[in-house]
Write a protein that binds this ligand. Structure first.
Ligand SMILES: CC(C)(COP(=O)(O)OP(=O)(O)OC[C@H]1O[C@@H](n2cnc3c(N)ncnc32)[C@H](O)[C@@H]1OP(=O)(O)O)[C@@H](O)C(=O)NCCC(=O)NCCS
Length: 169
């Protein structure tokens, strides 16, 4: 149902548009961004050797969201913040709000964890997502995708819930 393709430079205007949409302000993108900000942040990530792997999620061929993953060992500050040093972390959002609330968030996350992450990072790895506790929909989404609550953490100064895929806690 959902396909993933690597982010490309031609996606930057779309990504910039998505990041500036009102539904992104509460949690994922709290301040407006300009196209130059997007280019600066994401251009390095287009390289297959960059530690963060970025993808667009498509439904019936139409891009609707962005999802990315990275090894915690490549981001020691974040790893220390969440108290884990081994595994993969995932961030996601639905950029086009027309696609929200239809089960695509949980389907995207589950499919990504099961199909994409193992193809990028070999070995048995824990997958983590971290959501602000106030982001009830994101937490609900990750629970429905098969993640389980792992630990309360403070991420970016905000009370958050770390969730783990595939293991009971
Ligand atoms: C979080 C997000 C990815 C969820 O995707 P989604 O497609 O809207 O959610 P889904 O339709 O897959 O629903 C997931 C669960 O949340 C529930 N849900 C969805 N929208 C809801 C809402 N507005 N209010 C309450 N519950 C809601 C669904 O019922 C479902 O739970 P269930 O499986 O127990 O029935 C999406 O809302 C989003 O991108 N939000 C903005 C960015 C963000 O917060 N990203 C995550 C932070 S890292």
């Amino acid at each position: 149902m959902i396909d993933f393709r690597p982010l490309t430079e031609t996606d930057f205007p779309r990504l910039c548009d998505w990041l500036n949409r009102p539904h992104m302000r509460a949690h994922y993108q709290k301040v407006p961004v300009e196209i130059a900000d997007v280019e600066k942040k994401y251009s390095p990530r287009l390289s297959p050797s960059h530690p963060t792997r970025c993808h667009l999620a498509c439904y019936q061929g139409e891009p609707f969201g962005k999802i990315q993953c990275y090894l915690l060992q490549d981001y020691p500050d974040f790893a220390a913040e969440i108290g884990e040093d081994d595994g993969v972390a995932i961030d996601l959002f639905i950029g086009d709000e027309r696609f929200m609330g239809q089960g695509l968030g949980k389907a995207m996350l589950r499919s990504y964890v099961q199909d994409v992450v193992p193809s990028l990072f070999s070995g048995t790895l824990n997958c983590f997502v971290c959501h602000a506790k106030a982001n009830k929909v994101a937490i609900r989404c990750s629970l429905s995708a098969g993640f389980r609550p792992h630990r309360d953490v403070i991420e970016g100064g905000e009370a958050s819930l770390l969730l783990l895929f595939g293991r009971s806690t």
